[in-house]
Write a protein that binds this ligand. Structure first.
Ligand SMILES: *Cc1c(COP(=O)(O)O)cnc(C)c1O
Length: 488
């Protein structure tokens, strides 16, 4: 085809039949509302049949199937086999549930499809608004800096990148870490999330530089030990520059002694980063504020909106107290991104200068809409409800003859196992592993697992606004029943 022919047959991805697309869209809305309304009637999880896996392993479509057929394929082969985290009896890993308006927000954001790397358009101001709300929620000063990111892992990476760049007295962006006169070390507890290790590795520090401080009996970082390690490392010629405290560990929901850590950081001239992926949100509750008060003293604070704020994936956030330090760590302004005084290329600080991504989606919209929809008080009540449910589950486990708690329950995480005097530790671990897989395969409930001091634990992390009291009763009853079955 020559140019003229191509130009005479110009095409687009917009529908030819807008009316048909409109009705398909309406059907999708109806289907998804029904789907969410009837979640409780379906299994918490179900295995994907082999023929479905085959349907999801097809050649690249060269010719159009059309939206209707593609949607039908989705209804039959994708929708029925979800991860499970939207279900009322899902308490695996630390996963949020999402909300109905959050789902629509994703559609609205995709319809506008703005690039929120920067420039002067409404989405930038919505994100700034959401960041201001986040600062207020977590007791951070209004002049602090921040950016929405994919999740806690990315938020930890950005926070540690600012820490690394700020705490070196040479230009690390130019010279690289190799210019450091000694090993630059970061401190965190042995319970710290694996994303901190990935961040330290990506920042070129090497995971040898991540010094794991032992925990106390309640799974919190032992601050006396931390002080000793910092002193010894300085003796050895290392360059301590950062302490990571956790507000809500993934294993047990423990909260590190954040005020102590902030004191140590101030005295030692270290950057204080807090990973508050889910636990930081407990600061919304007046009754939790004391235990989390040190959090607001952090130089950088990472947390998720897709866990304990229940927003759909993906939505995380990092706040950095010094805006100058935050910008200095990332800003690069090539000619094609130069800010102008007026027009689209104007606008406030470009988010691209506060993180790694240039092109960025409109994550802020779901947070903005859902917060406006419910108001913060609703989230306070839901977080309080999840903590009460964790206490309730712990009390059921304590009353049970065959189940046993494996760790304290300071927040919303409950670790327990089935026990039997007839079995040794190894056999108990195997039995509980089997029990977990049975709970999943029978679609009863979805805890996941961890290992605490050598003991395999069924681990329930409650960041679910759909769970009810009776769901935990079901879990305990079924765990007792299946545990006994496994014994035979
Ligand atoms: C979930 C979690 C992370 C990682 O966050 P993502 O959103 O999964 O990237 C980091 N730290 C803690 C304590 C977490 O619970």
């Amino acid at each position: 085809m020559n140019l003229d022919e191509i130009l005479q047959h110009e095409e687009t991805l917009d529908p030819q039949d807008w009316q048909a697309m409109r009705s398909l869209g309406h059907r999708m809305v109806d289907d998804m509302i029904t789907y969410l309304q009837t979640l409780r009637e379906r299994p918490a999880w179900q295995p994907i049949p082999q023929q479905v896996k085959e349907r999801l392993h097809q050649p690249l479509p060269q010719q159009p199937e059309g939206a209707e057929v593609a949607y039908q394929d989705f209804l039959e082969n994708v929708l029925p086999y979800p991860h499970g985290n939207i279900h009322p009896r899902y308490w695996g890993f630390v996963n949020g549930t999402g909300t109905v308006l959050g789902m629509f927000a994703e559609m609205l954001a995709a319809a506008m499809n703005p690039n929120v790397g920067g420039a002067d358009h409404s989405a930038v101001y919505v994100e700034r608004q959401v960041l201001d709300w986040c600062k207020e929620m977590l007791g951070y000063p209004p002049e602090a800096s921040g950016i929405l990111v994919s999740g806690g892992s990315m938020a930890n990476l950005l926070g540690l990148a600012v820490a690394r760049n700020t705490k070196t007295d040479f230009d690390i962006r130019t010279e690289g870490v190799r210019a450091a006169p000694g090993m630059m070390t970061v401190y965190c507890s042995s319970e710290t999330h694996s994303s901190v290790q990935k961040a330290v590795e990506l920042l070129g520090l090497g995971n040898k530089a991540l010094r794991k401080v032992p925990m106390d009996r309640e799974y919190r970082l032992d601050s006396a030990h931390l002080e000793k390690m910092i002193a010894e490392d300085r003796q050895a010629g290392y360059l301590p520059f950062c302490v990571v405290g956790t507000a809500g560990t993934v294993n047990t929901g423990a909260i590190d002694p954040l005020n102590r850590l902030a004191d140590i950081c101030r005295r030692e001239g270290l950057w204080f980063h807090v990973d508050g992926a889910f636990g930081s949100l407990a600061a919304l509750l007046p009754e939790m504020r004391d235990r989390l008060s040190g959090m607001a003293r952090a130089d950088s604070l990472a947390f998720d909106l897709h866990k304990w704020m229940y927003l759909p994936y993906e939505a995380g956030c990092v706040l950095v107290k010094s805006k100058a330090a935050h910008e200095k760590a990332f800003a690069v302004v090539p000619a094609y991104l130069a800010k102008h005084e007026r027009g689209l290329m104007a606008g406030p600080e470009w988010f691209a200068n506060y993180g790694i991504q240039l092109t960025r989606g409109f994550r802020a919209l779901k947070a903005w809409l859902v917060l406006k929809e419910h108001g913060l008080d609703k989230f306070r009540r839901l977080i309080r409800q999840n903590i009460a449910q964790a206490q309730y589950l712990a009390s059921l486990v304590e009353k049970s003859e065959s189940l046993k708690l494996l760790a304290p329950v300071p927040l919303n995480v409950v670790c327990f196992r089935f026990t039997s005097a007839r079995l040794d530790e190894k056999a108990l671990n195997e039995l509980n592993r089997e029990l977990l897989m049975e709970l999943h395969e029978r679609g009863i409930a979805v805890p996941t697992s961890t290992v605490l001091q050598g003991k395999y634990a069924l681990r329930v992390a409650i960041t679910n606004h759909r769970s009810r009291k009776e769901d935990f009763e079901t879990l305990v009853r079924e765990a007792e029943r299946l545990g006994k079955e496994c014994l035979q």
